[in-house]
Design a protein around this ligand. Structure first.
Ligand code: ATR
Length: 270
């Protein structure tokens, strides 16, 4: 029985065990995916313990995606580009950090929007957090032109500068909707127990697609309104499933299937 799992704070409600356990059973892989509730001052200790226990690797979630890097033996190019680690892989006894969020983000969009290339031409991104960074890296690989807006302008400006993209301040967010071919919410607004996203999509270009990375609830108010107005919409569950798919492949050497049965199984845990 090999060991994998998730470190974060909090992690108790994570859907990742549900996903990984489902695949382990399906592909007859003997692995235990455990949750490690890890307060910030214990990250070093938990990483050390996982190494000593022979773990194949582990996932990392909020708030440790950046902090974990200093306790690893190295990080790969994708983690470096995003500036965050969500997956750690044991390689020749060393713990190497990678990031499968960008893969998860873009694979979900590709599956849901057949003409992604035309949709990314004028992408409007809401937010400037960790998830936004993964979105920027993968969208840029698709040739996207990106305009960012975020409540805290300083963070938006820093990100725009780092990745050579445009930004406007949060108060001006409606002004960039008319040109948008794709609108992506990477903030936590609209998530269960969080405030709603205050955005009037009446201003949105009628042909724009709308993606919300929030998956709890699966249909956020943003997606409901967008659907009503006739926009193609993409929910956030796929990003969760595809980032897990890539992590599973890294650890176990099998690319597991993301299908409706898995979706249903995971939604039952929401
Ligand atoms: P993650 O790593 O999951 O992306 P995060 O780094 O906490 O999470 O980012 C959350 C995003 O939601 C940020 O862009 C945040 O904006 P700030 O940079 O201004 O904090 C955004 N956000 C959270 N609450 C918000 C609110 N009430 N109004 C507007 N934006 C909000």
């Amino acid at each position: 029985m090999t060991l994998t799992g998730l470190i974060g704070y909090p992690v108790a409600h994570s859907l990742s065990p549900r996903i990984h356990t489902y695949w382990a059973k399906k592909y007859a892989i003997e692995t235990d995916y455990k949750l490690f509730t890890t307060p910030p001052h214990r990250v070093r200790q938990v990483v050390h313990r996982l190494k000593n226990k022979g773990a194949k690797g582990f996932n990392v979630t909020v708030p440790h995606k950046q902090a974990v890097m200093e306790f690893l033996d190295g990080v790969d190019d994708v983690a470096r580009a995003i500036g965050a680690v969500n997956t750690v892989i044991r390689h020749n006894g060393k713990f190497i950090g990678t990031n499968t969020d960008a893969y998860g983000f873009i694979t979900n969009l590709k599956q849901s929007l057949p003409n992604l290339a035309s949709h990314v031409k004028n992408t409007v991104l809401l937010g400037a957090g960790g998830a936004t960074r993964a979105a920027i890296v993968s969208l840029k690989e698709q040739g996207a032109s990106i305009t960012l807006t975020n409540r805290t302008e300083k963070t938006a400006a820093a990100l725009a500068n780092e990745f050579s993209i445009h930004y406007v301040n949060w108060e001006s967010r409606h002004s960039i909707l008319e040109q948008a071919t794709l609108l992506v919410n990477t903030t936590s607004l609209g998530m269960k127990n969080n405030p709603e996203l205050d955005l009037n999509i009446q201003y949105l270009n009628p042909s724009a697609a709308v993606h919300d990375i929030v998956y709890s609830p699966l249909k956020t108010t943003l997606l409901i309104n967008a659907e009503k107005a006739g926009h193609p919409t993409v929910d956030g569950l796929g990003m969760l499933l595809y980032q897990a798919q890539r992590a599973f492949e890294h650890w176990h050497g099998v690319l597991p299937e993301v299908d409706d049965a898995l979706r249903t199984h995971v939604l039952e845990g929401l």
